[in-house]
Design a protein. Structure first.
Length: 319
């Protein structure tokens, strides 16, 4: 452990690592100090250590404080951390796919752990764009995903709580799938708007009413359009008043929405408009005119919908 300097304090069960100083790329936390087992890491232990690439944890470790494994202190100095090693003898922690899991009851077994005691996702330090919280995880720790580069996050049905600021500085997330509810939550691009939505995860798995209240505060048509599609697709907790508000907004702004779709070749949003019945006899011709300025395939899709949909209407009227 040349180049590594630790300070410790006594606890009832052993020793707590209070501070670390060093410039090595590999850091091995000692298993004992002053003849006592090292059982805890203090909160924020490896802050200001973006050079660390590997952390080796001892078999005696029982508790890791908030952000102890967060080596990143600035977006300008991203973490170099690539690997954490945990001995198989340790009964409280496991590592898999650059993620640390904590088993509070000391019943950690080989991963995957769906059939074992529920675990807490303590720290994700990977660089994937898509991540699913595994089955068998009951909670997510404080700042567990801080600074992650994820674009999509899936929350498995067993997750019951999110720690404070679990998604802090996750600037790239576009969608959160809440599997328990069968919902996909749209996340807009602006950072502070993302943080507003992340707040809805902390005290609940997701607070749909808080999410709906954000709708009228969004300044951009694209944000409102995608939020409306998100909630109409999976209306968990959606009141009739909010459902009506989403529909009225889309209908009232349909020409602008269609121009946005044309400009971005956004065929998925066009499919959403069709799926939710936003095209009527009153607006279909004007909509076709706008779509004629874009991708011929999208125009063909709308023309086909016109033929199918309004033929059904005529047949119903004849009956």
């Amino acid at each position: 452990m040349a180049g590594s300097r630790f300070t410790f304090e006594k606890t009832d069960e052993g020793m707590r690592v209070l501070t670390y100083e060093g410039d090595g790329r590999i850091v091995t936390v000692p298993g004992e100090a002053d003849g006592r087992p090292v059982t805890e890491l203090a909160a924020g232990l490896f802050r200001f250590c973006p050079h660390i690439e590997t952390i080796v944890l001892p078999a005696s470790l029982r508790f890791i404080g908030n952000n102890a494994l967060d080596t990143c202190t600035s977006r300008l100095l991203p973490s170099a951390l690539k690997h954490m090693e945990i001995p198989a003898e340790n009964r409280y922690f496991r590592e898999q796919d650059q993620t640390i899991y904590y088993f509070p009851g000391g019943d950690a077994g080989p991963l995957p752990f769906a059939s074992r005691q529920p675990a807490v996702l303590l720290r994700y330090y990977g660089h994937d764009s898509i991540f699913r919280i595994p089955d068998g995880v009951s909670g997510v720790a404080v700042m567990a995903f801080k600074d992650a580069e994820l674009r999509q996050l899936a929350i498995s049905p067993g997750v019951r709580f999110f720690g404070d600021k679990a998604l802090r500085n996750c600037e790239n997330i576009e969608r959160i799938d809440i599997e328990r509810d069968g919902t996909s939550i749209y996340i807009p691009a602006l950072k502070y708007r993302k943080e507003e939505i992340y707040e809805s995860l902390y005290d609940h798995i997701f607070d749909y009413e808080a999410y709906d209240r954000l709708f009228e505060t969004y300044p951009y048509v694209e944000y409102r359009m995608k939020m409306a599609f998100c909630r109409l697709d999976a209306p968990v907790g959606l009141t009739e008043g909010m459902r009506r508000m989403y529909r009225v907004y889309v209908l009232d702004n349909l020409p602008e929405i269609l121009r946005l779709i044309v400009g971005k070749d956004d065929v998925e949003s066009l499919r959403e408009l069709i799926k939710h019945g936003f095209f009527t006899e009153e607006n279909i011709l004007g909509s076709i005119e706008i779509m004629s300025e874009g991708d011929p395939m999208m125009l063909e899709l709308l023309l086909r919908h016109k033929m199918d949909r309004f033929r059904e209407i005529r047949e119903d009227m004849e009956l």
